[in-house]
Design a protein around this ligand. Structure first.
Ligand code: FES
Length: 188
């Protein structure tokens, strides 16, 4: 019996010591991996919620209003092309002439070829399309390049406060005879 106890004590003493410290490190590493995994899962869930709510909530991108005030007729000297409304509202307001009549009118900057935005060239006194070179006179009528027809006009009127009011919801095309409609110009 004593021999057996001695043998078992000897074999116990040959076993390598248990390294509690290494186990602790492994546990900590596993725990941190688990934590990172759960955090990533949470982030993915959050992104998914955001992505789906994008379709459930109304679109927050706002269009500029279709009507805007463009100052008083007296602010526009003969021949003046006002470009400051182009970026915000997509409109040129012009004191020009059409068929010999002095008018203030609002032109769309959208080229009638393929829809690029024309720019006003003060030096050359014309609208020029940067895409394929179409040119338009101050009154919006095309004279060079592939554009097949004039720029379009928007409705314009004198509002109750005496200012010009442009309404982009109504458009007028010269080739259809619509520029004769007094709703698309103010006589000056
Ligand atoms: Fe203007 Fe082609 S889009 S010339």
């Amino acid at each position: 019996m004593a021999d057996e106890r001695d043998k078992s004590a000897a074999s116990e003493s040959k076993r390598p010591p248990v390294d509690h410290g290494r186990r602790g490190v492994r546990g900590a590493v596993f725990g941190s991996f688990l934590g990172v995994g759960l955090a990533a899962l949470g982030a993915a869930g959050g992104l998914w919620t955001l992505a789906t709510s994008r379709f459930l909530l109304p679109n927050a991108v706002t269009e500029p209003p279709s009507r805007f005030k463009a100052g008083f007729p007296g602010d526009y000297l003969p021949g003046h092309v006002e470009t400051r409304f182009k970026d915000e509202f997509g409109v040129f307001v012009i004191h020009g002439t059409y068929r010999g009549k002095s008018q203030i009118y609002a032109l769309s900057p959208v080229c009638t070829h393929l829809g690029c935005i024309v720019i006003w060239q003060e030096g050359e006194q014309k609208f020029k399309c940067p895409c394929h070179g179409s040119g338009f006179y101050r009154d919006g009528v095309n004279f060079e390049g592939p554009a097949p027809r004039p720029l379009e006009r928007y409705a314009i009127r004198i509002a109750d406060d005496g200012q010009l009011e442009v309404d982009r919801s109504k458009q007028f095309q010269e080739e259809l005879g619509q520029w004769d409609d007094p709703a698309c110009y103010v006589s000056v």
